[in-house]
Design a protein around this ligand. Sequence first.
Ligand code: NAI
Length: 332
Amino acid sequence: MDTVAFFDTKPYDKIWFDQLKQQHGIALKYYESRLNCDTAVMANGARAVVAFVADVIDAPTIDMLVSMGVEAVALRSSGYNHVDLKHADGKLRIFRVPAYSPNAVAEHAMALLLCLNRKIHRAYNRVREYNFSLKGLVGFDLKGKTAGVVGAGKIGQAFIDICLGFGMKVLAYDPYPIQRNGVEYVSFHDLCRRSDIVSLHCPLTKDSYHMVNRDTLRMMQTGVVILNTSRGALIDSEALLDAIKTGKVAAAGLDVYEEESDFFYEDVSGDVIQDDKLKLLLATPNVLVTSHQGFLTEEALHEIAKTTLQNLSDHFAGRPSENEVSYTTATV
Ligand code: NAI
């Protein structure tokens, strides 16, 4: 039986992987540690590793894995911006789960918007203290408002479906547009100028890094709502905080944060958080931060386990795979 070292294991991972692994004849060794050049040694004896978004798959980690005979990394994510693909080229096969549940992430983006707009997070806390005042809880109708969708791929399209269902107008920006009724493709700058809500659904690449910055925020409408369920570094957090302070941005729903790997998925409630930007975001009532949980539905977890195990089986059988990412084909 082929052995695979499984890094950054969460309790919910085990449930789904244990259910399905027998069908593939794969032995999984679960580790709670994140994969990096110091922990890579735990993969000794394994033919492959399974990794998640906070694992650091840089050149030193890759060299360490390769030196121990590891042949492949199966990512439990669709994003692969945390992998040094150039360095891995020809040494280590990298697989990903290209789509597990676009709806899960799109629905989470809409949940952030609904919660922020109707101040559900504030109302929930208020009524628990028998404060039934409605002061400061006024929202707006989504019907007729304009949603700007940046990156109209699988998740972006699912988010567009939801917005159209709410009777919203939809603008989209994507270098590879998929024409469809009810969606107007525009430039990113036009989208910034015309949208009431800007929702980010594109990958993090060198082109998209800090695409929401001081300049693009200045173009946006006063009172815009920004949603980011994609990758934290799409937004310059300092510029966002300043735009929230001036009222330019009315609300921000963030499932991701540019420095999230130090905090997200961990219980650091007993620590003094050293990241002042994150502290300010968390302390701001019109900002809602969730801990990169957009994917966290039963359907998505089942699909992640199924596809990851299939990717490993394909590798062990020497089969080509559409889910393999390589330096030459990647967009990063
Ligand atoms: P996808 O590959 O189906 O779609 C991405 C779209 O973005 C493509 O249509 C592409 O042409 C477009 N794009 C590329 N560069 C762009 C740019 N600079 N500006 C605008 N559009 C650009 O990917 P999918 O599955 O829709 O995922 C999107 C992103 O969502 C992932 O890259 C990942 O970062 C994030 N994600 C977040 C999760 C969460 O739990 N919060 C879970 C899964 C994915």
